[in-house]
Design a protein around this ligand. Structure first.
Ligand code: URA
Length: 230
């Protein structure tokens, strides 16, 4: 197979392999191909992206993971749900949100007439942080290009950021969820709604009504966008 040069380089970078270029090649490269160590996921299709993630060795989580957790669901979804990172069960199965928090997420989706296979579900990180610690900023940064490419491929009508880690990383701020939820934000021109993480709702069921109102807000934004294009 004749693989485009930018893809070959992106695969090598994802695997943590230094990409050496002859000086004259560097000088004639277009700027977007000379990204020193920045992962060039732009332009990848689903299958290329999936391979790149499966082989990724861009941070130390590659040494402790069992499986990468690419994300799952409808590649043309109106809704994209973004959580924090795989936990133990997700690391074992390679699927996002399969544990107790996943059951709660399924309930939240059912409440708005969606299913796990009608939305697209991903995380800030594709690999499990040991002992379920929070993702390090450097890990989130290394993984960002994969998520950005998934968002660009799905082109959802709304992004639901589930929990503090997802919301802070996506919006680039340190505000608590309580301050970010309840109003629309935007990411790359796509409406984004912040809500509580399903695991938090399991611990604090009295907060479910707030999450319900966030889901209703997101549903309104989806229909506004659908109306705008008809
Ligand atoms: N929590 C998350 O944020 N993501 C998962 O995939 C599982 C639990």
């Amino acid at each position: 197979m004749n693989q485009p040069e930018h893809q070959r380089r992106a695969y090598l970078q994802a695997m943590g392999i230094d990409v050496w270029l002859p000086r004259d090649a560097v000088e004639t490269e277009t700027p977007e191909l000379v990204q020193d160590d920045t992962l060039a996921a732009d332009g990848m299709d689903w299958s290329e992206l999936r391979h790149c993630v499966a082989d990724c060795r861009r941070c130390e989580l590659a040494t402790s993971r069992t499986n990468t957790v690419f994300g799952t669901g409808n590649q043309d979804a109106d809704w994209m749900i973004i959580g924090e990172a795989p936990g133990a069960e997700e690391d074992r199965s390679g699927e996002p949100f399969v544990g107790r928090a996943g059951k709660m997420l399924d309930e939240m989706l059912r409440a708005i007439g969606q299913r796990r296979d009608s939305v697209f579900i991903a995380n800030i990180l594709k690999c499990r942080p040991p002992d379920n610690r929070d993702p390090k900023p450097s890990e989130a940064a290394e993984c960002r290009a994969y998520l950005e490419r998934q968002i660009a491929l799905v082109q959802p009508k709304v992004i639901l950021a589930a929990g503090k880690v997802a919301a802070q990383n996506l919006l680039g701020c340190n505000d608590p969820v309580g301050q970010m939820r309840g109003r629309p934000h935007e990411l790359n021109g796509i409406p984004l709604v912040v809500t509580y993480h399903p695991a938090y709702l399991l611990r604090s069921p009295s907060q479910k009504h707030k999450s319900w109102s966030d889901l209703c807000l997101a549903r309104r934004l989806v229909s506004d966008r659908a109306e705008a294009v008809t």
